[in-house]
Design a protein around this ligand. Sequence first.
Ligand SMILES: [Zn+2]
Length: 402
Amino acid sequence: MKCENFSSLIRLLRITAWVQRFIKKLKKDTISGPLTAKEIEDAKFMWIVHIQRKHFAKEIHDITKNKSSNIIRQLGLTIDNNGLIRCVGRIEHADISENAKRPILLPKKEAFTKLLIYSYHRNLLHVGVAQTLSQIRQKYWIPQGRSTVRHVLRTCGNCIRYEGGPYKMPLIPPLPKNRVTESSPYTYTGIDYFGPLYVKTVNGSEKVWDIDSNIVLTPSCFLTLNKHTGIPERIDNDEDPEYKPQFSSTDNLLEIWKKGQKHLNRFWKVWRDDYLLSIRERTTVKLKEKRVRSNQYPQIGDIVLIKDNLPRGMWKIGKIINLSKSSDEQCRSAKVLLPSKKTLNRTLNFLYPLEWYDEHCEQTDNVNNVEQNSKCETQTSSTRPQRRAAEQAKQKIHEWTS
Ligand SMILES: [Zn+2]
């Protein structure tokens, strides 16, 4: 049996207990009826003994031979009458339960430990890291417990569903070239993607997503050009001689054109000196984002919650089917497929990933981060490489505790 194949501790323990009962029956033991609490406790005991022998064989050998090592000294390890390794520490005289004084040592990188942490977390109604850890420490001791518990809690589907954050957004890119270069009106046009319009009907208000019309609106619909001069026709009776309609002549038109050019040049000068340069003052390079954000990078196939103006429990679920890249090769929005087969385009800060991939966590925790980011091609900011001393210390701690 492998712990990795089970999603909950109680299921693992019950199946183990049934297997143990079957073995007892083979030995002609007559037991019947539902499983008892003792049988489940025995199954748990068996698993703890098994994983302790698997991960702490050297320590068990050292303790039985009365040898000492760093981890034995540090945690005050001892073996109790049942053969379990316990941490004595220096709180022998504290007024707490015997189990809390001498907690059972559990290895951190073990599927059974993760199932145990998750069962505590679920039994305590999905509380946070500190509360889960303090309850576990009433009976067990896990080296580097806080980070182990944090890692397990990050994978909890319920907590991600209700408390997980959206994807990180890359830094704000430079303004597109067509917005910061001079050009005549309507050189660049686009469509403003708008939401539903609310139309009054006999039944009240109704959402309308598009206007059912055969008329295509173009810039010419908004301008009435004078066929002869190309300058918009003036229809009001202004007494200003400058604006009085005049009969066209070559000299007259040239004069008007020169005047127009002069005003235009002045306008572009003001635009460049006063407006465009003032934009530089804006130093914001990051979008305002929530404190809780996902550490994952968006990938096609990710299942996400789509943020809406509704309580979180009512947000729609979708699957990312395409990632759009900006001109700076960063991904800022994604196309999401809904269960109804409709597709939506949403920016990444509106998408909350629902799944946790273990490899993300492993890779973001170490210096291979850069490699992972380049693979995803959606990396936002590089992580500072760790100092060599920190790396060596990490390696040493790893050797002691695993
Ligand atoms: Zn949870």
